[in-house]
Design a protein around this ligand. Sequence first.
Ligand code: ADP
Ligand code: MG
Length: 479
Amino acid sequence: MKIRKLPDYVINKISAGEVINNPADVIKELIENSIDANSSEIIIQVKGKGLSFIKIKDDGEGIEKEDLLNITKKNWTSKLSRFEDLFNLKTFGFRGEALHSISSVSRMIIRSSIDGFEGYEAKFESGNLIDFKNCYCNKGTTIIVKDLFFNVPIRRNFLSSSKTEMKKIKNVILNYVLAFERITFKLSLSNKHLVFEKANNRDERIKTIFGEFQKRVLRTSDFSVELYILEKNTENRIFVNLRPVVDNKISQILSSLNYIIFINVNPKDVDINVHPKKLEVKFSKNINIYNELRKFISENKDIKIKPKYIQISNQSNIENKPKFITTISKNSILIIHRERALRKIYFQKLLSKQYKTQMLTFPYTFKIKLPDESLKILKVYGFSVMVKENEIIINGIPDIIESLNYEDMELILKSLDNKKHIFEVEAFLNGILNVAVKYSKLSDDEIILKLLSLKNPNFDHNNRRIIYEIDLNEIENKF
Ligand code: ADP
Ligand code: MG
């Protein structure tokens, strides 16, 4: 068979896949560009799990008219001009690949102005410029990516469920929110709104997101490390020169902790060009980060907090489980009403205050005002709450709830709406129980064990039956 060169448009679609596999990858590249442009505010809007619509608006340096015309050409970049620059990188980008790749698999609009007076809008489809005109726009750049992968339908088929894609998106955004505390981030993800105001320092931002932490700092002549050990269980995160990366050796060294680690090294001592998405880095042989870190952890024995496993998933369990659990004891068969059993177990935990606060990866913001007494009730029952003008931000929940979504939390808050007194909590407790039961991950065996260890396991607090017991002799007689 004869060989021949692939047409450019085919090459572009294939190679886009190295950098852009899913909507979260698009968002990552666009945020990085906004940060590279020295923005102080980044607004991110996502609709339809990121496939139909992504918009990122920044107030950064903007793009010049000429550059806008060439911006989707492969390897066109303003950030690197000499080979040596590669070893002194201060920007996220340097290969001029992202906009090229994104535009070749979507319909993209860029609006930009370098001064806030003159601005231009360029429209691209499958990487081709299809429209260019003047526009009124503020200083900075807005990029809209529509119909992602419309021309590579097979890529769409490789995407996970919308929940998983949304989770990836949130996770990516959170990386930059954590590393760039001086930037205000405003998010609107499937119509849920969230603002991270510019913080004075990193500690402050981490606290608003994750709550309490312990911090350890290590400085050597070659590098510095800021290690945040979190009380809540979240994804561990590693940053090298503020770039989120994956590093198995570091993960292994820190495996007993819930952590966020920021490592800073001289740019000449780290190669970030070893992975197409720049997810992995390679440290130079001159610096011995791994050994130093290992030593540091073993010397600081006190920081070894044992992690507790919490998984925030949005899957409701109870609905797809059988209504009854059966088990055989020595003389009888027990038939247990699953939902009532779970309610009883969690109710008991609530009453005896057997819960801790677990922080949410992504806080939920509500535009409501609650009386002080209600806020107090929330805190007493293990919620972590922040109040801002007309908003309430919930960033932690009691750990008897394994998971919850925005609507679940909204229902719980509504149950508190008019409550002015700490004793008026029945509807509120019920709300918590509903969610705890809905997402419970207790196995049948655990339910049986926990239920039978309670006082009076046979009935719930409304005197409804939980366990029905059949004597084995009675069954014997039936045969
Ligand atoms: P790279 O970031 O590797 O240079 P990209 O394809 O991501 O490549 O971007 C190409 C160029 O477009 C950048 O070098 C930069 O000059 C310009 N650019 C992209 N996004 C922005 C933005 N939000 N603000 C200002 N300039 C931008
Ligand atoms: Mg870039």
